[in-house]
Design a protein around this ligand. Structure first.
Ligand code: IMP
Ligand code: MG
Length: 177
């Protein structure tokens, strides 16, 4: 598809939101150690920035789920890469790039909940609440209700554009004004 990219959130704006989230999370988890669970691939840049701003001790693990998890007929998360660390009795914070319909995360929460973490919370860079079809409520959200398909800062379109430092909306060329 022919398209252009329109910047909608600058690197500076993103940085401000990441700082705010890091302050909130550091305050809430004071005196505890957090297992940060980064959902690959989209959240890797957000997580790298967020982690370096936290003031509580963390351990980090990664989990990759397939992009078609929502439409999988088995209704289960297709886990491409599972965690290495045990989550039993741990304070787990999921770090996600974007929560849209909430399909991926609702399935993932079910799976992770069965591993008996002491607590399980969600931090997402983008929270598109208005598009939700499942009852998933992020505990920490950077930017809310963004229209269009987004790329940059870890988010991709067919694996491209993850490296861009800002967030862009993909605009089909025919829709350009
Ligand atoms: P959900 O199951 O509808 O909440 O979809 C969540 C996942 O779909 C996210 O973790 C992203 O990987 C992907 N996704 C949803 N919207 C976008 C977007 O605008 N750009 C890039 N990826 C997206
Ligand atoms: Mg994702």
């Amino acid at each position: 598809m022919d398209h252009t990219l329109r910047e909608i959130y600058s690197a500076e704006r993103i940085d401000r939101e990441v700082q705010r989230l890091a302050r909130e999370i550091s305050a809430d988890y004071q005196g505890r150690e957090v297992v940060v669970l980064v959902i690959l691939k989209g959240a890797f840049i957000f997580a790298a920035d967020l982690l370096r701003k936290l003031t509580v001790p963390v351990t980090v693990d990664f989990l990759e789920i397939s992009s078609y998890c929502g439409t999988d007929t088995t209704g289960k998360v297709k886990m491409v890469k599972d965690t290495v660390l045990s989550l039993q009795g741990k304070d787990v914070l999921i770090v996600e790039d974007i929560v849209d319909q909430g399909l991926c995360l609702s399935l993932l929460l079910e799976d992770l909940g069965q591993r008996n973490p002491a607590s399980l919370k969600i931090c997402t860079l983008i929270d598109n609440r208005k598009r939700r079809t499942r009852p998933v409520e992020p505990d920490y959200a950077g930017i809310r209700d963004v229209c269009g398909f987004l790329v940059g800062y870890g988010l991709d379109m067919d694996q491209r554009y993850r490296e861009l430092p800002a967030l862009y909306e993909v605009v089909p060329s025919s829709a350009e004004t």
